[in-house]
Design a protein around this ligand. Structure first.
Ligand SMILES: Cc1cc2nc3c(=O)[nH]c(=O)nc-3n(C[C@H](O)[C@H](O)[C@H](O)COP(=O)(O)OP(=O)(O)OC[C@H]3O[C@@H](n4cnc5c(N)ncnc54)[C@H](O)[C@@H]3O)c2cc1C
Length: 414
């Protein structure tokens, strides 16, 4: 990885990636293997990612995403920091009926992995260190992008420019690049916010993830690796509440917050303690009306942002990356222009249905479970109990959550 260039030089690349977050940095690493010269620009200082308070979130990394990260050399940097997910237990409030997914029911290893976002970012950056054909420029912003039939020209916040054949917008939900291309979005806010924090517990979690559906939204306990002294004794909490209540809860003093948390957490892992800061994330759904425009592709949250109820937002971003590698790699082999309409349309056709389906599924699950309407509650509890007793259906649902269903891009095949 080469970093800051000197003076007011114009950089020349095949691809300019705007946003080097969890999706953009991985996209750079993956596309570099296809031989492209890449410039990535990211607004945050890479050194900040080392701080435990950098993001605060941990992500469920699906099995298919692990395949991608392994294939492109990011996984060896991340693996020492992850916890495998061996079981998932889904319960609806206080109902005795629940759904239990066990990794032994699918013959593909763990159901997924839990990794802190800062570790994913650092692993991607570490993999880029050895990548000669990627220049990662940060902290810098892309201020402006001009696109034409002949190419792309990005103006950076320090006045320098990057000329490329294709721009990839990986600049998150509020993507200015999407906006400047005139691509509209459909979006709505949920009346919920997610409180995120990390807890230590007296006994190990056994690599089980728990999701309890409460009337205000899901409450998830996600297994983290833990410390060397106390392995398996740390979990990430994603606690969804009505927006005003979530804000009030995060601003409670430490002791009262812990008491409130303990009421939901229960005592099945012994005494708990909150470690590190608490965060509050607004939740919403958003999708772009097109994933491509002239010499531009949207990936990750710049294209689709979803409710974290199923832990799939980042994983869908990684499917975008893997599909894009196939499409652009083939275009390169055939000697085609990687920014041409035909090439970009192929990418859009591939990813559009999958992303829209996941947006609909996560939205539907949130609507179905985040309420306390008695007939709906009874119906969904019976549904959970029935699915639990139908191994073939359970297997399909598990493989789907692991990202192993559908038209898998090459980097996600094994
Ligand atoms: C509470 C919560 C829990 C979640 N849990 C999971 C989970 O378990 N599993 C899962 O798969 N997903 C999960 N998600 C979703 C996941 O976090 C997102 O899908 C993912 O972070 C999107 O990554 P991204 O790189 O596309 O965007 P972002 O993370 O938003 O990154 C965008 C990057 O672009 C940079 N940038 C923006 N504009 C510019 C510019 N003009 N110039 C230069 N750089 C720019 C920013 O600095 C940033 O680094 C969760 C989300 C939430 C809110």
């Amino acid at each position: 990885m080469q970093t800051n260039p000197t003076a007011a030089e114009t950089l020349h690349a095949d691809i300019v990636i705007v946003g080097g977050g969890l999706v953009g940095a991985v996209a750079a690493r993956a596309l570099a293997d296809t031989g492209f010269r890449i410039v990535v620009i990211d607004g945050t200082d890479p050194r900040d990612a080392r701080d435990a308070a950098f993001d605060g979130r941990a992500s469920a990394v699906a099995a298919a995403s692990e395949r991608l990260l392994s294939a492109i050399g990011v996984w060896p940097h991340l693996e020492p920091e992850v916890a495998p997910i061996l079981d998932i237990r889904v319960a609806d409030g206080r109902s005795p009926l629940f759904l239990h997914y066990n990794h032994e029911d699918v013959d593909a290893g763990p159901l997924g992995y839990l990794a802190e976002n800062r570790h994913i970012r650092m692993a991607a950056l570490a993999a880029l260190e050895d990548t000669d054909n990627v220049r990662f420029l940060a902290p810098l912003r892309v201020e402006h992008i001009e696109r034409s039939a002949s190419g792309v020209r990005a103006t950076l916040s320090d006045g320098r420019t990057v000329k490329a054949r294709l721009a990839i917008a990986a600049d998150g939900r509020g993507s200015k690049i999407r906006e400047s291309a005139g691509i509209k979005t459909t979006q709505w806010r949920y009346p919920q916010e997610a409180i995120v924090c990390t807890v230590e517990h007296a006994t190990p979690h056994g690599f089980v993830a728990h999701e309890h559906f409460m009337p205000a939204g899901p409450f998830a306990i996600l297994p983290l690796k833990g410390t060397a002294e106390r392995p398996g004794c740390r979990s990430s909490i994603v606690w969804t509440e009505r927006a005003a209540r979530a804000k009030a809860l995060v601003s409670l003093d430490d002791e009262t917050f812990l008491n409130e948390l303990a009421k939901r957490f229960g005592d099945f892992m012994g005494e708990i303690e909150v470690v590190g800061p608490r965060f509050c994330h607004p939740l919403g759904l958003q999708f772009a009306h097109a994933s491509v425009a002239e010499r531009l592709v949207l990936i990750g949250d710049a294209d689709h942002g979803m409710h974290p109820i199923a832990g799939q937002g980042l994983n869908m971003g990684y499917r975008d990356v893997a599909a894009l590698c196939d499409v652009l790699g083939e275009a390169r082999r055939l000697g085609l222009d990687i920014g041409s309409g035909a090439v970009l349309q192929r990418y859009q056709r591939w990813r559009r249905f999958d992303n829209t389906l996941m947006l609909a599924v996560t939205d539907g699950l949130n609507r179905l479970f985040s309420n306390d309407i008695a007939p709906i509650r009874h119906a969904r509890d019976i549904g959970l109990g029935l699915v639990d007793k139908m191994p073939p259906l359970k297997k399909v649902l598990m493989r789907s959550a692991m990202g192993l269903m559908g038209d898998l891009p090459t980097l996600m095949q094994r």
